[in-house]
Design a protein around this ligand. Sequence first.
Ligand code: PLP
Length: 587
Amino acid sequence: MTRFRSPAATASPFDVEAVRAQFPILATQAHGRPLVYLDNAASAQKPRAVVEAVSDYYLGKHANIHRGAYLLSQTATRLYEEARERVARFINAAEPAECLFTRGTTESINLVASSWGMQHLGPGDEIILSLLEHHSNIVPWQLVAERTGARIRVIPIDDAGDLQLDAYYQMLSPRTRLVAIGQVSNALGTINPVAEIIAAAHAIGALVLIDGAQWVAHGRTDVQALDADFYAFSGHKLYGPTGIGVLYGKRRLLDAMPPYQGGGDMIAHVSFTETTFAELPNKFEAGTPHIAGAVGLAAAIDWLDALGLEAVAAHEDALLREATTRLAEIPGLELKGTARDKAGVLSWVAVDPPISTLDMGTRLDLEGICVRTGHHCCEPLMDRLGVTSTARASFGVYNNRDDVERLAGALAEVFARARRRPGAERAAAIAETIAYPGAVAASPAAVAEEIRELFEVLPDWPMRYQQLIELGEGLPAMPEGLKTRANFVSGCQSQVYLAARVRPGTDDVIEFLADADADIVRGLIALLQRLFSGQRAADILAFDASAFFAELGLDQHLSLTRRNGLAAMAQRLRELAGLYRPDPDAP
Ligand code: PLP
C-alpha cells in the first residue's frame, strides 16, 4: 500500500499558501510567536468552509431530523442524509446505509466490539491486534474478550516499526474470528499493508476491522477495493468537526448485528411485549445524532477532495522527508519509527543529552510550536520501543517548509541549551549527602508572598517558565537510594519521587526532597519545596496550595496531567502533615 508514487501526485501543483489562507487559526500566535501547528494526528484544524457549513446549518437550517412533518425538519434530514451519501462516495461504500454516524473512531470500534463481538465471540476464539494499536483499538477488545472468554493475540513489530507479517500469517487459524488493525500508526506513522492483511484474514474466514483514523485525511480510501468488513474513522482528524465519526460495515454484517444502543430513531415499533428495530442505518443511530457534525464532515470531505488527496499525500510526504532529514541531523536525537512506508508522523526522543519529552514539548510550545508528547495512547508500543513517551510532530495539508524549519531550528536550540547544563554526574556526586532543605521563611503564607512578588515582576509566561526552570536547577539533589517505589508519586506524567520526613528532633516540622525527569516538573517541585519544606505541619495544612497555584496562573499554563501531578505532590505532603499535626485537644 503506498500513497506517494503515482506520477499524477508528483506533477500536481499544490499551493500550500492558498490552503493556509483558509485556516484563520494559522495566523494566530502562541506565547507571542506565530503558531506552528504540528499536532494533526491528534486533531486537525478546520478550514473556513467547514466552520461556515456548520454555522449556516445552525443559523438557518436546524431542526431535529426524521420526525418532523415541517419543511425545516425535512431540510435538516436531507442535509444529514446527504452527508451520509457524501461519506459513502468518499470511502467508496456500496451504499450510504453502510455508513453509520458515530462520535468518532473510538465509538465506531466500541460499536463493533459490543454488538458483533458479544454476538459472535466465545471461549477460545481469537482476536488479532497489532503492537502499533491505539488504546481505542485495544481496550474495547479487552472488554469484550473478558466477557466472552475470547483471547487477544498481538502482531509484533520490528525495530523500524513495521509489522512482522510472518508472525501474523502464523497466528491466523480457524480460531481467528476478527483482525482489528490500524491503517496508519498514530505514534510512528507506519502505513500497514492492510489489503494484504485483509486478504489473509479472509482466506481463513475471519473478519477485519480497519482503524482508519490516521489514514483518511492523507490518502484515498476505498473500502470495497480493500474488502474491509468494518472501517472506522473520526471527522476531527479529517478537518471536520469533533464529535462525529463513521463506522462503515458491510450490509450483510450490519443487518445481522444487534443494536448497539437503544432509544429513539432506532426502532420500527415499540411495545412492552416486543420491540422491533429500524432498518440500516437507523438501527445503529439511537437518539438525536450530531446533525451539524455530519454537515460539517461532508463539507470537510468536499473541501479535501477538491484539493486532491494525491496532491495532499505528495505534499505531506515531501514535508516528512525534509523533517526526517533535518531532525536526524541533530546530534543526540533519536527518531522512533523508520518504517518503509510512512505517513506524515515523526516521533523522536532525546538520548544525549537526555531531555524529557515533556521539556521538549514545553520548550517548543514557548516558541509557538505545537507538538505532542507522551505515550500517544499507545502504551504497549512505547514498552516495545523501550521508552515511556516520545515527542511527535504530525503534518497536515497546511504545513509548509517554514514549519519544518522552525521545528528543526527550535529543537536544535533545545538540545544545545541542555548540553550547556551541568552534567548528571555532578548532580549525582552532590547527592552523596542527604540535605533536606529547611524553611526559607516563617510560614508557607510568607513564602507565598515572596513567590507572588517574583511572578508579578515577570511579565509573561515564557519568562515565568524560565524562572521555574532556574528554581528547579537549584533543587537539592535527591539521592538515588531515595527513589524507591514507596516514594514514587503517581498521577504525574513524568517520573516523580518525593521523600518526606519529620525533621529529627522535632514533632511536627515536615521537610522533603523530590526529583523528576522533566525540568518543568522540577521547577514545580522547587516551588513546593520553598513553600513547605521545613514548615510546621499545622501551617502546611492551613495553606491552600491549589488556590495559590491558580493565582500564579499555573492552572492555565500547565496541562491537566501536570496540574494533577502537582496536586498529587501537594496532597502527599498534606497527608504527611495531617499525621503530625499536633492535636489541639491534647493536654
Ligand atoms: N485510532 C487511532 C489510530 C488514533 O490515532 C486515534 C486518535 O488519536 C483514535 C483511534 C481515536 O480517535 P477518536 O479519539 O477520534 O475516537
